[in-house]
Design a binder for this molecule. Structure first.
Ligand SMILES: Cc1cc2nc3c(=O)[nH]c(=O)nc-3n(C[C@H](O)[C@H](O)[C@H](O)COP(=O)(O)O)c2cc1C
Length: 432
């Protein structure tokens, strides 16, 4: 780098972010959260309860799928091209009409209150400020209306779990439409919870403490059903232990309204019981999709697709997009890494609908490699949760900015001035 280089204004998010950090350092200021993903996770861990950390970090079984996601990225190598004028770069994309300042969205992640008290609302502000869409989780800690209010007109999608009540499904979808969500992401891979050893060892599931059920407790259909549960079911008996009292305290604190009112009404406990009865529908099958298709004009994406035949079936059932995902390795241990699944799915879909990919995205090089293999964009998951725990809104913003910067520089240094120039020949399988 010549001297004159350092005097020229930074161009593009990559150089801007580098200058911001380095110039800050010259004045004694450091980034709010570590740039290194491993150090970021360590910092977040210190800020979280052991249960909260385990819930976010953990995966199914021996966590082989988490490792496989990374290994699958690392099996691809970028082949940079030279002398291609990359002085001005365009990283923005549009997916299903939704603008993204860089080709990624924030994955739906439940129970964000375990990372930060303002949870989804804080993440929404950060995403809006960076022009990155936020996919609201069905298991959010704040009602979607509150989260939507925090982000003005910024882009957002809604992720749906199909519960045992079609009426509740329809209600969630119509609320999402009213919240300005511009797509529905139907997650298919969690009809039951995976066998998560870290959570089992701590005997901890946040939902049973009233956490991560805010979309339900703010829903008119759910609330009606809740009053019915309260009328017809006897409160659970059992021995009163200090731990049980602690859980009750936590539970009544998580429910809307004051602790005292909740203690008296029994609504908080009833909400958890009702949630457990309602949460998932393992019988869900392809024919059910027609119900959803009829209820919304928004684009619908299927999340959790890993087999090319399922990808084709999604298109044949009128779905508008696919998210290649294994839920960050939280559902099936020993599952295929998403980067290994992607090429077959790209072939099967043959450009009929856009394909997104998540699970294991940790760097600009990962975003680049997924795009090279045919993804339209990727989903960022755990890293922003670590940013949230370690640094609140600014922490999430920095995680997003760092990934945007890393991607911009990787793309330019690989010889691509825009996302459109990233192609199958930008990567090749690693040797050996
Ligand atoms: C703590 C946690 C909670 C999650 N909650 C949801 C959820 O509510 N809905 C959903 O579709 N996916 C959920 N996911 C999966 C993410 O959307 C995404 O697929 C995954 O985090 C990607 O893996 P990565 O974070 O390792 O990159 C969750 C993931 C984590 C880590």
């Amino acid at each position: 780098m010549s001297d004159s280089d350092t005097e020229r204004p930074a161009v593009g998010i990559g150089r801007e972010r580098q200058f911001e950090v380095y110039v800050g350092g010259a004045r004694g200021a450091y980034p709010t959260v570590p740039v290194s993903f491993d150090r970021l996770e360590q910092r977040a861990r210190k800020a979280m309860t052991p249960e909260g950390y385990a819930y976010v970090a953990g995966g199914a079984g021996t966590e082989e799928t988490i490792r496989e996601n990374r290994a699958a990225f690392e099996r691809w190598r970028i082949v940079p091209r030279m002398l291609r004028d990359v002085s001005v770069r365009k990283t923005s994309v549009e997916v299903l009409g939704t603008p993204m300042s860089s080709p990624f969205a924030l994955c739906p992640i439940g129970v964000l209150e375990m990372a930060h008290k303002d949870a989804d609302v804080t993440v929404a502000r950060a995403a809006a400020a960076e022009g990155i869409p936020f996919i609201f989780s069905n298991q959010a800690s704040r009602p979607m209306e509150e989260t939507a209010r925090a982000m003005g007109d910024a882009p957002r999608w809604f992720q749906l779990y199909w519960s045992t009540s079609d009426e509740l499904v329809a209600s969630f979808v119509s609320r999402a439409e009213n919240c300005g969500c511009s797509a529905i992401v139907l997650t298919l891979d969690t009809t039951m919870l995976g066998w998560r050893i870290r959570d089992l060892d701590l005997a901890y599931l946040p939902f049973l403490r009233g956490k991560g059920i805010a979309q339900y407790t703010s829903d008119p259909v759910f609330i009606d059903a809740l009053h019915e549960t309260l009328r017809t079911t006897a409160p659970p008996g059992g021995r009163v232990t200090p731990a049980a009292l602690g859980t009750l305290w936590e539970l009544v604190g998580s429910h809307p309204g004051s602790r005292l009112t909740n203690l008296r009404s029994g609504l908080a406990q009833a909400a958890v019981r009702r949630f457990v009865e309602t949460y998932s529908r393992p019988s869900l099958s392809w024919d059910d999709l027609a119900f959803l298709r009829e209820r919304t004009r928004l684009p619908i994406l299927l999340k959790g697709i890993l087999h090319p035949h399922d990808a084709s079936a999604a298109v044949e059932h009128g779905m508008d997009g696919i998210v290649v995902s294994n839920h960050g390795g939280r559902q099936v241990d020993g599952a295929i890494g998403t980067m290994d699944a992607l090429p077959g799915i790209v072939d099967a879909v043959a450009q009929r609908v856009p394909i997104l990919l998540d699970s294991g995205v940790r760097s600009g090089a990962d975003v680049f490699r997924a795009l090279a293999l045919g993804a339209a964009a990727v989903g960022l998951g755990r890293p922003y949760v670590w940013g949230l725990a370690a640094g609140g809104e600014e922490g999430v913003r920095e995680v997003i900015r760092n990934l945007r910067a890393d991607f911009d520089l990787t793309m330019g240094l690989a010889g691509c001035a825009s996302v459109r120039e990233i192609g199958r020949d930008s990567v090749q399988p690693a040797a050996g």
